[in-house]
Write a protein that binds this ligand. Structure first.
Ligand SMILES: Nc1nc2c(ncn2[C@@H]2O[C@H](COP(=O)(O)OP(=O)(O)O)[C@@H](O)[C@H]2O)c(=O)[nH]1
Ligand SMILES: [Mg+2]
Length: 299
C-alpha cells in the first residue's frame, strides 16, 4: 500500500485503571486478560490494529506500583522500558485520587524523554459531577507533560473513538511492521497460558493466583481434524497452594480448566482438549533463576 502510516503507542498507568480493557476494546478481540485485581498484566503485550492506511501498534504494560517481589521489580522495568521505543504514550488515570510515587516516576521518565503523551481519565461512568471531572483534568494538565486530557469509559465504550482519532493524528508516514490482519505478535501459546491464569485469578483467593505462573507444555493439532490437544502446567509457590488449586476431588481445577477451555476454543476457533497439571516451584517470584526460565525480562 502507498502512503502508509504507522504509530507505536504505549498504554501505561497504575494497576487496575483499565489499560488491558482499553486495548482489548480497541482491537475488538481479547488478547490481554482483565480482572478486578491489580497486577493482572505481567509482561508487555502487543496489540496491532490496521485501519485504512494507518497501522496502530499498542503495548499494554504492567501497572506501575511499588514492587514487593523480584517479579514486581521486573514488571516495573517492563513498563518503564516500554516507553523507550514508542511514538506516543497514552497514560490512563482514575477519575478520583492523587497521583502516587510510582506514577510520578513514570511521568518524569516520559517528560525526560520529551515524548508526546496523552492523558486519559478512564471510568468516566463513575464520575459524579462535571466539577469533579474538571478538577481532575486541571490537576493532570497542571503536570505540564500531556498534550491533552481526554475522558473515556471503556466499560460503556464512550470516548474511545475520539481517543483513536487523536492517536491517529500522531501517526507518521512509514511502513506497516505487521500483517494488516494481525492482532498481536504474541504466540498463541502465550495467550492460552494467559487465559488459564485469568481463570485462576477470577476463581481463587488473592494470594494464591498471584503466586502462579502458567506454561503451555504441549500444543498439538490432531491430523486432519480441528481438535487441538493442549497441556498446561500451573506452577504455584507452596504445597498447600497446590492442594487448593486442585480442590476437593479436583473440583477447583476442573472448574478452572473448563472455563479456560471455553475461552481458548473461542480464541483458537477450534475444539480443544485441555489438560491442566499443578506443580510447586517454591518462591519462584523471588528467584532470578526461575524468573529467567519463565521468560520474564530483566531489563
Ligand atoms: N467502571 C468502569 N470500570 C472499568 C472501566 N474500564 C475498566 N474497568 C474495570 O477495571 C478493572 C481493571 O481493568 P484492567 O483492564 O484489568 O486494568 P489494568 O490493570 O489497567 O490492565 C476491571 O474490573 C475492568 O472491568 C470503565 O471504563 N469503567
Ligand atoms: Mg492489565
Amino acid at each position: 500500500m502507498q502512503n502508509t502510516k504507522s504509530i507505536f503507542v504505549a498504554i501505561v498507568g497504575k494497576p487496575n485503571v483499565g489499560k488491558s480493557s482499553l486495548m482489548n476494546l480497541i482491537l475488538g478481540e481479547k488478547i490481554a486478560i482483565v480482572t478486578r485485581k491489580p497486577q493482572t498484566t505481567r509482561t508487555s503485550i502487543t496489540g496491532v490494529l490496521t485501519k485504512g492506511e494507518t497501522q496502530f501498534v499498542f503495548m499494554d504494560t504492567p501497572g506501575i506500583h511499588t514492587p514487593r517481589t523480584k517479579l514486581g521489580e521486573r514488571m516495573i522495568k517492563t513498563s518503564h522500558n516500554a516507553i523507550a521505543d514508542v511514538d506516543l504514550v497514552v497514560m490512563l488515570f482514575e477519575p478520583y485520587g492523587e497521583i502516587g510515587e510510582a506514577e510520578k516516576a513514570l511521568i518524569e521518565n516520559i517528560s525526560g524523554r520529551s515524548l508526546p503523551a496523552l492523558a486519559v481519565i478512564n471510568k468516566n461512568d463513575t464520575i459524579k459531577s462535571r466539577r469533579d471531572a474538571r478538577r481532575q483534568k486541571e490537576y493532570i494538565m497542571g503536570l505540564g507533560v500531556f498534550d491533552d486530557v481526554l475522558f473515556t469509559s471503556v466499560r460503556e465504550n464512550d470516548g474511545v473513538d475520539r481517543l483513536m482519532e487523536k492517536i491517529e493524528s500522531y501517526a507518521a508516514p512509514g511502513p506497516h511492521y505487521f500483517d494488516d490482519d494481525a492482532i498481536t505478535n504474541q504466540p498463541e501459546k502465550v495467550i492460552v497460558a494467559e487465559i488459564v491464569r485469568e481463570k485462576l485469578l477470577l476463581n481463587m483467593r488473592d494470594e494464591i493466583p498471584h503466586g502462579t505462573n502458567v506454561e503451555v507444555e504441549a500444543f498439538k493439532e490432531r491430523a486432519g481434524r480441528k481438535i487441538i490437544d493442549i497441556s498446561v502446567v500451573i506452577y504455584c509457590e507452596k504445597k498447600s497452594h497446590k492442594g487448593m488449586i486442585i480442590g476437593k476431588q479436583g473440583a477447583m481445577l476442573k472448574k478452572i480448566a473448563s472455563r479456560a477451555r471455553v475461552d481458548i476454543e473461542a480464541f483458537l476457533d477450534a475444539k480443544v482438549n485441555l489438560q491442566c497439571w499443578v506443580k510447586v516451584k517454591e518462591d519462584w517470584r523471588d528467584s532470578n533463576y526461575i524468573l529467567n526460565d519463565f521468560g520474564f525480562k530483566d531489563e
